[in-house]
Design a binder for this molecule. Sequence first.
Ligand code: SF4
Length: 340
Amino acid sequence: MEESLVRKKAELILGGDIRIPEGFRVPFRISRSTAGPGAGKRGVVFAFGGTRVKKGIVNSGGDFELVANDDGLSLTRGGDAFIDNVTMEPVVFHAPGQAFFNMDNRCIFRCVYCKSPNLENGSRVSGETMASMIRGLPDDADVGGIAVTSGVFGSVEDTVKDMIDCVSVLHREFPDLPIGAEPYVNDESQIDAFRDAGVTEMKINVEAARRDIFDRACPGLDQDIILRMLEHSVSVFGRGKVASNIIIGLGETDRDVEDMLERLCAMGVVPGLRPLKAGPEELMRISDAVGIPAGTDAERVIRLAKTQKRILMKHGLDISGFRTMCFACGCCDLVPFRDL
Ligand code: SF4
């Protein structure tokens, strides 16, 4: 993708909502996510130049504006031209091209950057409900994969067991579709059980680039366990079939990110770099916890994405093994081998 569009994607990822014109009707069902950077917001996928972003939409305010005229759609920022020739893409559930479910938006853990525990009306979604939601999609819906994530509610073991039940139902009902799982796991046998239930690709997030930041940002979670689970996942699903997000903007240095990228790639894990998205409440919790103002800018997002690609290549890895979750979607990050 053209360098100027890479920068614009980075700015969109880091920026706020998109204001839509009064009376404009979004031509698709609007996504209301309960996980990921857009948790709690009405989201729409905007495509341009061969890439796409998912952004919150608002009727007033916002950092960007959608402009609709006879030539089609474009984006402006503060009234100035920003990106021409924009289209909108439908989401299946949460993401374009896949049915990505959050089984439970509640969580007993309190990672400082996470919005999930603050969302109202928590509940647990069953595999049968997920399957009937997929069956209820229009015939022309583009469902290339299924993915399941979840907050941890009750215990890790109970949550994992329920996720595995969901996967079993989904695999039974849709045996030809790839299934991704993004759980918090604490025992190798749980990973084996996900595979046995039908999961084909795994994502376990290492969250922070540096251990001391992780310990302060994710009290109650254990990064050593996560790394151990990732190692076992590679032995179960294979190199290039296991992903892990590193959040950038928590006070870590570029060197910290590079070290974690190296560590994960050396294990055969494909790391994703997820720029921090936080509202005022999360920002306050983050700065209380990590003691350093959080944040990052477009230059850094681009620089680190190039580092990520270089290290992936060095280890013979790429993103082609993923048909579900964030590498298949590509809406919230600069994706190596696709965007740059
Ligand atoms: S990149 Fe990941 S978090 Fe973002 S919309 Fe796509 S699936 Fe969701």
